[in-house]
Design a protein around this ligand. Structure first.
Ligand code: SF4
Length: 329
């Protein structure tokens, strides 16, 4: 598959360098699903096509969003157990698909083979992809810079940090526009109305489907100073070796590395409590058992299902959690 302006959807973060090397536009289908209009209609459409009600909403949104792309690269190992069936469905409907696996055993040789296969699908090589690595690194470093300014100095809205980090998966399909937007946040004015005296929260788990979660938390006087998975999308280890960066990426591999990263960052960022966001019908909800046991911090597990604003019951639970963190009743 080759061709300028070809749009290829991705179901989560995959190596971005091959897309740039092949001059193919990456499109993170999660972002298309929730940032465009009609997110709930996309879910409904998937259900009309036969997707079960008790399957994760993200998968259904990705399915419908994939109409907007020429092909889909789906991560079938290291992200979501549903993606394999999703790709099979799309393929039977005539969509070009490519399965990508983060290897179960975190070995360079295995990952390189996966990246090479991705390169072949996109119409490039791993060598040419390596030439794009400094540019991808430079952009991801900008998102990490914004994150650092935000947790150290405050005055930047959590939603902006969340979006800058989470969109490093595809740079919003427009690296130049993405760079301008993130640069404006880094150099722009700070919002003095944002509280710095309330509880400092870490946010872990899959990105939330709740549209106003971060503004709501700020409205309650909390600061979100750590975005676990979103930060991992920006490959924060910065090893100087682009392939190795994807081996240091904690999310697709064993959970022990995630626990270590969360503990280290929580200590560094002086986190008071953790919100573990889980998606209804997601197998990753099981991880909650380990996080509660091993993080050594108060954890509130917050579940979301459909796209839309925070519901009243969850708001009350968040208020109670913040009260506890502040030593209240
Ligand atoms: S939230 Fe869970 S089930 Fe849904 S797409 Fe993500 S990993 Fe898969």
């Amino acid at each position: 598959m080759t061709g300028r302006s070809k749009k290829i959807g991705i179901t989560t973060t995959v190596p971005l360098e091959p897309f740039l090397a092949a001059d193919v536009i990456p499109v993170d289908l999660n972002n298309v699903f929730v940032s465009g209009s009609g997110a709930n209609e996309k879910v409904e459409e998937a259900q009309v096509r036969g997707f079960p009600r008790n399957i994760c909403t993200w998968i259904k949104g990705i399915y419908t969003a994939s109409r907007e792309v020429d092909g889909v690269v789906g991560v079938v190992r290291g992200d979501c157990s549903n993606t394999e069936s999703l790709l099979s469905t799309l393929e039977r409907e005539g969509k070009s698909v490519h399965p990508f696996s983060y290897p179960f055993v975190r070995e360079r040789e295995l990952l390189e083979e996966e990246i090479s296969n991705l390169c072949s699908y996109l119409g490039t090589t791993i060598e040419k992809s390596g030439e794009m690595a400094p540019e991808v690194r430079r952009l991801r470093d900008m998102a990490l810079e914004l994150d650092e300014i935000a947790w150290k100095e405050g005055g930047i809205h959590a939603r902006d940090v969340h979006l800058a980090l989470v969109s490093t998966s595809d740079m919003n399909s427009d690296p130049d526009g993405w760079e301008r937007d993130v640069r404006a946040l880094i150099d722009g004015p700070r919002d003095p109305s944002l509280s710095t005296g309330g509880p400092r929260l870490g946010f872990i788990g899959v990105p939330p489907i709740i549209s106003d979660l971060f503004p709501k938390l700020e409205g309650l006087g909390a600061s979100v100073v750590f975005f676990e998975v979103q930060r991992q999308f920006a490959m924060p280890e910065r090893t100087g070796d682009w392939v190795r960066d994807y081996l240091e990426y904690t999310y697709p591999y064993d959970i022990g590395r995630r626990v270590k990263d969360i503990r280290e960052q929580s200590e560094k960022r002086r986190v008071d409590g953790i919100i573990h966001y889980v998606q209804s019908f997601c197998h990753r909800q099981i991880d909650d058992i380990i996080f509660r046991k091993e993080l050594g911090l108060p954890v509130l597990t917050l579940e979301g299902n459909l796209p839309g604003p925070l519901d009243e019951r969850s708001l009350i639970r968040l208020e109670a959690f913040l009260d506890v963190l502040e030593g209240g009743p």
